[in-house]
Design a binder for this molecule. Structure first.
Ligand code: NAD
Length: 310
């Protein structure tokens, strides 16, 4: 199976190197020049809890694509994904036989991807793996995780089982899901709360939780999401979301961490807020449900982007 990982930063690097180390033919595609050059020269430098090692990798830019692939895994940031997908299709990397899978955070990827590639070729995934990028070519890979994935039309094919085998061989703990959309919404709900609030307040999770009315703040965001999800045909349980969010507060969970949006903004990069709170607002407009809290969070993060993103 010929596999391309397009958007080969932290998560693309994690998933792609694990698949390559399981013996598969993997091409990494990225357009951040210093990163591409570093990996071409030295491979990925990988730091884990116990070890530092190097993995040689075939890294190219989208302009250099010359082949088609059986599986393309899209792991750009959400705002760059459609440009990457379109480039790969135009370059012939994606044909009618290519499966396109993404495990990006956020909502609406299924609808946007379907405008470029037929839905029967698209897979959505939710991952609990994490990864960091310490600099060009330098991955920080700690902890373990899982990948739940499903074809967005809900059907299974031989390709579904081939992808599952690839992930299994790579030790990525996959599962073919029967309800990936619900899992995507649950993860997005968490991200819609903790990402913007900790970013706007410049706090880690424990610091946010110390405010005695933090649950009231969380509930304002979550209640809008649950109602919008229901109108879109997705059943979410309000208390389950609150429980998952508060379960992340302790120091031995994610308490001491700043969410990825915080890291993006304060490193001078655009955030994925339009695919979280902004997408809730857009869906709310679609189904006639006002979402003022999510809309305000989106605007506040965009205000901060104006000052922090060069
Ligand atoms: P990332 O920022 O590490 O990489 C995404 C893209 O940005 C890559 O093309 C990378 O080369 C480029 N990039 C990274 N740093 C850059 C810099 N300083 N200047 C210019 N370009 C730069 O993003 P990621 O963490 O791999 O996330 C990809 C997707 O996966 C996102 O949708 C994210 O929400 C999701 N995700 C990430 C994690 C995680 O732990 N990292 C976990 C689950 C889901």
């Amino acid at each position: 199976m010929k596999i391309a990982v397009a958007g080969a930063g932290a998560m693309g690097g994690r998933v792609g190197t694990q698949i390559q180390q399981a013996g598969y033919d993997v091409t990494f595609i990225d357009d951040w020049k210093p990163h591409v050059e570093a990996v071409q020269k030295n491979g990925f430098e990988i730091q884990t809890e116990t070890d530092t090692y190097t993995v040689d990798a075939n890294m190219i830019t989208p302009d250099d694509v010359k082949h088609s692939y059986d599986l393309v895994i899209i792991l750009t940031k959400a705002m760059h994904s459609i440009e990457m997908l379109t480039q790969l299709k135009d370059k012939g990397a994606i044909t009618k036989d290519t499966a396109v899978l993404t495990m990006m955070n956020g909502l609406g990827h299924d609808e946007r991807f379907s405008k470029v590639v037929p839905p029967e070729q698209i897979y959505l995934a939710v991952t609990m793996w994490t990864a960091g990028l310490r600099g060009p070519g330098q991955l920080l890979l700690e902890g373990t995780g899982t990948i739940d994935f499903q074809r967005i039309d809900g059907k299974e094919s031989e390709r579904t089982h081939e992808i599952n085998k690839v992930f299994e061989d790579a030790g990525l703990n996959p599962k073919v899901s029967q309800q990936v959309m619900q899992s995507v919404w649950y993860k997005a709900a968490l991200n819609c709360v903790l990402n913007p609030l900790c970013t706007i307040l410049d706090k880690n999770l424990i610091e946010f939780a110390q405010y005695k009315a933090s649950r009231e703040m969380v509930q304002l965001v979550v209640s809008e999401i649950v109602v919008v999800a229901k109108a879109k045909g997705i059943e979410l349980d309000n208390d389950t979301i609150i429980h998952k969010i508060e379960g992340a507060y302790p120091a031995d969970k994610q308490g001491l961490h700043h969410p990825s949006m915080h890291q993006d903004l304060y490193s001078g990069r655009l955030t994925e807020v339009d695919y979280l709170n902004g997408q809730i607002e857009a869906y709310g407009e679609q189904v006639g449900i006002p979402t003022p809290t999510n809309a305000m969070l989106k605007h506040l993060v965009h205000q901060l982007e104006l000052t922090h993103v060069k």
